[in-house]
Unconditional design. Structure first.
Length: 276
């Protein structure tokens, strides 16, 4: 069964609140590090924009959880078409899905962009920089490979995404699109996980601190798991909104990872910790 809208609302508020605290902490850390709020870097501004997409996604999910879409069982179609209000509601719900899908995608790729910008700066004078560049190219090409089929190939004309009824099942189920998205999303996350491993392995820190580093980066593993579960429920439970819960969890955790990595200057100032 679909989770009730109240659950979608509760999880959205809880995850968003934590994300906002971490974002503010990130920006304050950068201000401490550079001794000015005016010296934020490109990845900080990228994260602010990404957080806006993330917030918009959570808002759209509140509406989407309350409206059905144009994905219906063929046996129910005559009854639905006989009710103009339900048809209008399903058209509206389908339009919301188009918007929420783009916000979901831009949130995830925005986080990738923030992390890769940070990794690029960290590896600038090392041999690992070439690998980072290759991953950046792959991530950019992955976004293009997802968006081109979505806008120009899988569902034509584009208005079929909210048509009622649809001529092409792909305009309602997003089946092929979800496969393409999952392949590039998961594969790029896996590649990005390999970037910090050499630094963690070679870091001359006590085992507890090394475990802390591994714990932070292992959150990326949960992001990958959430992405797989998201699509699993999307495929196996097509007429439910279970996937929305995993939309929230996946995007929220990715936001957390990108911001936690930048909190050290603030934590050091608050608790008097030494350089880590």
């Amino acid at each position: 069964t679909s989770p009730p809208p109240s659950q979608i609302l509760r999880e959205s508020i809880a995850f968003w609140a934590v994300g906002l605290v971490l974002l503010v902490g990130r920006l304050e850390s950068r201000a401490i590090l550079h001794k000015s709020w005016k010296k934020l870097r490109a990845d900080d501004y990228m994260m602010i924009a990404t957080f806006c997409f993330y917030t918009t996604l959570l808002v759209l999910l509140q509406f989407s959880s309350r409206y059905a879409t144009n994905e219906v069982d063929p046996s129910e179609l005559p009854t639905i078409l006989a009710d103009p209000k339900e048809v209008a509601d399903r058209v509206y719900g389908s339009k919301i899905v188009v918007g929420s899908n783009q916000c979901y995608l831009l949130t995830l790729w925005g986080v990738k962009g923030c992390l890769l910008t940070l990794y690029y700066q960290l590896t600038l004078n090392s041999r690992h920089n070439l690998f980072v560049k290759l991953v950046i190219v792959y991530v950019v090409l992955g976004l293009v490979a997802i968006e081109i089929p979505y806008f120009f190939i899988l569902c034509r004309p584009f208005s079929q995404y909210w048509a009622m009824p649809v001529r092409n099942p792909q305009c309602a189920s997003y089946f092929y699109y979800c496969i393409i998205q999952m392949v590039f999303n998961v594969s790029s996350d896996v590649l990005m996980l390999f970037i910090p491993i050499p630094f963690i392995v070679k870091a001359k820190v006590p085992p507890p601190k090394r475990a802390l580093l591994l714990g932070i980066f292992s959150l990326g593993v949960f992001v990958i798991l959430a992405s797989v579960l998201n699509k699993y429920y999307n495929f196996t439970l097509p007429n439910t909104t279970v996937y929305m819960v995993w939309d929230i969890r996946e995007t929220s955790t990715s936001i957390y990872v990108a911001n936690i990595m930048c909190l050290w200057p603030l934590l050091r100032k608050m608790f008097g910790w030494r350089t880590f």
